[in-house]
Design a protein around this ligand. Structure first.
Ligand code: ATP
Ligand code: MG
Length: 440
């Protein structure tokens, strides 16, 4: 066995077994995480890099089979070793179906455990080696869920930018996951161990934003009792995430431009420039092009920021991801509020896919959270708020009235004939008088 300690998560409702396993595994130099329930195990899986899952099958509330299934879907690379007290043929069959790598029956010896653990970890290493070429898990990326074409476009760009320091501008409607994209870029790339600092430019009062970003020197303004670093210095070598960049004042924009161009900043109250080396990711749900036209956003800064541009699609353009997202939120809130995994009817799912999600994924998550609280069993349309039932999307938002169509068409013909009404009337096969009336 090498020097690196693998992380093993053990799940059993029997605390004695947990402790026995822990002792054995620690003696074998593994790092052990314990969970007494599936619910607790889900949190550990989410927060830690687990190399092997060892779980009991029979447990109250959610049983081990569900945990195995969940792990197979969401963490397919983690090998799964099952420990059970009542081996029946049916049990064994279900366990094998979940893709568990091994099976150990209680009672077992320390040696049997050691060998089973070794076999599972080795098997996982082998599959990892053969699968290494596969860059993405098909149902998501980091904490982001999705497999639609629109979503994959986003993850492809993330793959390209994660390991370099090119400035990225993330655009998208509210609640589409812009911040999650920024985090995915940082935490999946080679600067993941460096700081990731998120600043909401809309939440900091305008007069404070500059000193918060760049720091200040003692005496720079009343209350500046000491020299202080800003977010730029804090994020040095890592990523500075400037959220709601459209809200930065023109003074801050000028300083940001300089920071991007010269890679240096100046504290408020200081003359001395300091070098910084970091990646800037900015996000906005404003239309910056419009802001530029209105002279509230600097065009030169815009072009500095958009070295790489990511448009996070609204949920209505990635409807095929809705079932996946719903499943994820059902798991999250089912475990949180009801201690089990809830189901949803096809009708309810269809309603969610028809709705025009103004608030995007955040709104969808809220709806599911509420439905889980309201529902006693399988979630159905009755568990959704009323507004969801009425605001069903029209098949095509670009449909307009006949009158409007007629007007547009007449103007088009006129333009094509250089405003020659006789020719236009000929093409339209109406007399000139009718044309004049219509134009009125
Ligand atoms: N692909 C995804 N999979 C799962 N959850 C997601 C995904 N995208 C976003 N979310 C969730 O949706 C919520 C909104 O995401 P986030 O805060 O990143 O959006 P945003 O675009 O920054 O929103 P805003 O414009 O309001 O700041 C968060 O709870 C986030 O975890
Ligand atoms: Mg945000």
């Amino acid at each position: 066995m090498g020097l690196e300690k693998e992380n093993i998560l053990i799940v059993d409702d029997d605390i004695h077994i947990l402790e026995l396993l822990q002792r054995h595994l620690q003696a074998l130099n593994y790092h052990v995480y314990k969970a007494v329930s599936v619910k607790q195990a889900l949190y550990v899986l989410h927060d830690s890099a687990i190399d092997l899952l060892i779980t009991d099958i029979q447990m109250p509330e959610i049983d081990g089979l569900q945990l195995l299934k969940y792990t197979a879907e969401h963490y397919p690379e983690i090998p799964k070793l099952v420990i059970t007290g009542y081996p029946s043929v049916d049990d064994a069959m279900s366990v094998i179906k979940t893709g568990a790598t091994d099976y150990l029956t209680k009672p077992f010896t320390k040696e049997e455990l050691k060998q089973a653990v070794n076999r599972s970890l080795e098997a996982a290493k082998k599959t990892k080696q053969t699968q290494q070429k596969k860059p993405l898990i098909t149902t998501g990326y980091g904490q982001m869920i999705g497999q639609s074409v629109a979503f994959k476009k986003v993850t492809q760009i993330i793959e390209r930018v994660k390991d370099n320091k090119a400035t990225v501008l993330i655009e998208g409607e509210s609640g589409t996951g812009k911040e999650l994209v920024a985090r995915a870029i940082h935490f999946s790339g080679k600067f993941a161990k460096q700081p990731f600092i998120a600043v909401n430019c809309g939440a900091i009062p305008e007069n404070l934003l500059e000193s918060e970003l760049f720091g200040y020197t003692k005496g720079a303004f009343t209350g500046a009792n000491e020299n202080k670093n800003g977010f730029f210095q804090a994020a040095n070598n890592g990523t500075l995430f400037l959220d709601e960049i459209g809200n930065a004042s023109t003074a801050v924009q000028a300083k940001l431009l300089r920071a991007l161009q010269e890679k240096e900043i100046t504290k408020v109250g200081s003359q001395k420039a300091e070098k910084v080396d970091l990646r800037i990711i900015a996000a906005t749900n404003n239309n910056l092009q419009e802001d530029i036209a209105n002279k509230t956003f600097r065009e030169d800064l815009y072009y500095r920021l958009t070295v790489v541009q990511i448009n996070v699609p609204p949920l209505r353009e990635r409807k095929s991801d809705i079932p996946l997202l719903v499943e994820q939120f059902l798991k999250k809130y089912g475990v949180e509020y009801k201690d089990r995994l809830l189901q949803i009817t096809d009708n309810a799912l269809k309603m969610l896919q028809r709705y025009h999600w103004q608030g995007n994924i955040r709104e969808l998550e809220n709806v599911i959270q509420r439905a889980v609280i309201m529902s006693d069993g399988i979630i159905d349309t009755k568990d959704f708020p009323d507004y969801l039932k009425y605001k069903i999307e029209f098949p095509d938002a670009s449909f307009t009235s006949l009158q409007q169509m007629e007007k547009e068409y007449i103007l088009k013909v006129l333009a094509a004939t250089n405003n020659n009404k006789t020719k236009a009337a000929e093409i339209l096969q109406i007399d000139r008088k009718t044309l004049r009336q219509k134009l009125k």
